[in-house]
Unconditional design. Structure first.
Length: 286
């Protein structure tokens, strides 16, 4: 394994992640000392946005500056050709994977984790309560703000960090894209710190990883990530405004078999999309 330069870059990226996580935590501690009320929904949203930018976006930018990477090549900022069409395919794949991810989420939530179970459950419940506080704010202004902070910013910053950064560097170190994608997905889920959502987030990480690797553009996985987050934001808004009465947190009453069949269909849609792209590229070259 050639771990020289990519290994150093990966270490630098992780150290930057840790460093800026500490900085973000310090900001949350210091602001109340100056009389800033950080318990309001708007303050939490502001800290969320600052945290996402500092922890995930800035490290990748610094990495590209330090090691003189071409931003367009490193981040696969390729929006040409059929990339927008494949971004639409990514949304279809997301829809088809929802049943399986819902079943995995329900299974994961019922894990028993021994002596730490109650503590971890309480931490998870607190995190969910904070997110619900964001999402339950009425008005179109809050909807737009939530879409930006909870859906758009994480979709861009996290995909830059985990796919462009972690995954690509692991690919160079390990020389096996599948192992690199799996490891990136596990890291992606672990960094979020939600034990009771670990497995479904790993599956999301795998989908995002393969969309990035085979799609050849950050557009696909960013679109997938954004739509996944935005769906919850919009549903909460519709409930808050009284347009719907859908219980967002209620599990779907679907079988494992149905979830697996839908997921296989999603994989099939993506494979056919990639095969058609490769066929068109060969035709153009010939």
């Amino acid at each position: 394994m050639n771990i020289q330069k990519p290994g150093k870059e990966l270490l630098v990226l992780i150290l930057l992640l840790v460093g800026f996580t500490i900085v973000t935590s310090c900001v949350s501690v210091v602001l109340p000392m100056f009389g800033v009320n950080i318990e309001s929904a708007n303050a939490y949203l502001a800290l969320q946005a600052i945290g996402q930018l500092l922890v995930f976006f800035v490290p990748v930018v610094l990495l590209m500056v330090i090691y003189r990477h071409n931003a367009k090549e490193f981040a696969l900022l390729n929006f040409e050709g059929d990339k927008w069409k494949k971004a639409g395919v990514a949304i279809v794949v997301w829809l088809l994977f929802i049943p399986l991810i819902e079943k995995l989420a329900l299974w994961n939530q019922n894990w028993y984790l021994g002596p730490l179970h109650e503590v971890l459950k309480e931490i998870s419940a607190m995190s969910e309560a904070i997110v619900e506080m964001f999402l339950s704010q009425p008005g179109v202004g809050h909807l737009i703000l939530n879409l930006v902070v909870i859906a758009l910013i994480p979709a861009i910053t996290e995909e830059l960090f985990f796919r462009c950064g972690i995954q690509q560097l692991l690919c160079k170190i390990i020389k096996n894209p599948h192992i690199a994608i799996i490891l990136s997905a596990v890291i992606f889920s672990a960094v979020h710190g939600d034990v009771f959502g670990f497995i479904p987030r790993v599956v999301l990480g795998l989908l995002l990883g393969y969309l990035f690797y085979y799609g050849g553009s950050i557009l696909l996985n960013t679109t997938f990530h954004f739509v996944n987050n935005a769906a919850s934001v919009v549903l909460y808004y519709l409930n808050t405004e009284g347009f719907t009465g859908i219980d967002v947190d209620a599990p779907f009453n679907l079988t494992w078999g149905f979830g697996i069949l839908c997921a296989l269909a999603g994989i099939g849609v993506f494979v056919v999309s990639i095969a058609n792209t490769q066929k068109n590229e060969k035709t153009i070259k010939n």
